[in-house]
Design a protein around this ligand. Structure first.
Ligand SMILES: [Mn+2]
Length: 349
């Protein structure tokens, strides 16, 4: 390493020397993953177990900022991006950022299961980003499947828990992993894990601690106080049911409600269920960002792809969004939320 710096007499061009020095300094492995659910946290845990390195946990409003920051890290050698879907608003910037990384010889792996624009898949493959993308299995199951030779025999359990919380435990690989374990044992662990994640969204250190514990092959029930904490969350959810019953409103095709004192994603299933509509919407203001975080869920009889509709509509309104057919989310500028609801209701006709 030192020799390339000192051997000035060999005289390669200055540029070459700089490049070589920089590339030899790249040592960091980083995984950027979704912090809001068990699939994102578990993906980060399995990547950590397989490859070591640091985890960066983000939500959708903070996604691009975090990716920009990590991309600017001159020590970055290898980047994993997990369970973070792209939207019309950020997909081009995403490709550009990864292009720069690839130019600097950073290895990049994108693992996800959200709806993606085929043109973006092409663009990422063209710049040799390793794409692991299947809309039919949750992200953690795909991480497990791709890297199982580097993972402990506990890893399928973490993947099965993630599949359960993403409603994907009935898929080909997910169901095989769940079969290894007792169903009730997996269900209670998946649920306890989820409630601990949801209840610690404002505690980034705790979320990183969860990633570490899972990476060390712990069961969620073995992590101290998780059951007690889950019990508190269950009580809160019971209170949310009462609030949704009172505060929920409906349009022809949707039930909707503004949430003040809990997460929108925790309330949205109750809005869907209690409204009797095929689509439920819950939204919560992010005061510091001047936006609403919106959660959308569809019932079994909802036949349209909500993620695709929300991606388009949110982009039209200056926000962003997307996700799955029956579960998706959006970021909507504060003044546009009424318009979002009425337009969304219209598009579902
Ligand atoms: Mn997921």
């Amino acid at each position: 390493m030192v020799s390339s710096k000192t051997k000035k007499t060999v005289k390669p061009t200055k540029k070459k020397i700089v490049k070589k020095t920089k590339s030899t300094q790249r040592t960091k492995v980083i995984c950027i993953s979704h912090k809001e659910d068990a699939d994102g946290i578990s993906s980060a845990a399995l990547i950590r177990q397989a490859f070591g390195g640091d985890s960066v946990l983000v939500d959708y409003p903070g996604q691009m900022e975090a990716i920009q920051k990590v991309c600017a890290d001159e020590k970055l050698k290898s980047l994993y991006i997990c369970d973070l879907g792209l939207s019309k608003k950020n997909q081009d910037e995403f490709v550009e950022l990864l292009k720069t990384l690839k130019k600097n010889h950073v290895s990049v792996t994108y693992i996800d299961h959200h709806d993606i624009d085929p043109e973006i898949t092409k663009a990422l493959e063209k710049i040799k980003v390793k794409m692991i993308h299947d809309i039919n299995e949750c992200t953690t199951v795909q991480v497990y499947n791709a890297f199982k030779s580097k993972l402990s025999d506990h890893a399928p359990f973490i993947a099965a828990c993630a599949a359960i919380t993403d409603y994907m435990e009935d898929r080909p690989i997910g169901s095989k992993l769940l079969q290894i374990y007792d169903r009730q044992f997996a269900l209670i662990n998946a649920t306890v894990l989820t409630y601990n994640i949801v209840g610690h969204q404002k505690d980034p250190d705790y979320l990183l601690y969860l990633v570490e514990e899972l990476a060390e092959s712990k069961f969620p029930h073995e992590i101290p106080n998780t059951f007690e904490f889950a019990q508190i969350q269950v009580d809160k959810l019971a209170q949310i049911i009462a609030k949704v019953k009172k505060g929920m409103k409906t349009m022809k095709n949707i039930g909707y409600m503004e949430i003040m004192d809990s997460g929108a994603s925790g309330a949205v299933n109750f809005v869907l269920g209690l409204s009797g509509k095929d689509v439920g919407v819950a939204y919560k203001e992010r005061v510091d960002h001047g936006i609403y975080a919106v959660s959308v869920r569809g019932s079994k009889s909802c036949k349209v792809h909500l993620g695709q509709i929300v991606n388009l509509l949110a982009t039209e309104l200056g926000g962003s969004g997307g996700g799955h057919d029956k579960a998706c989310g959006a970021v909507i500028p504060k003044p546009k939320i009424k318009k979002f609801l009425t337009e969304f209701n219209k598009k579902l006709n």
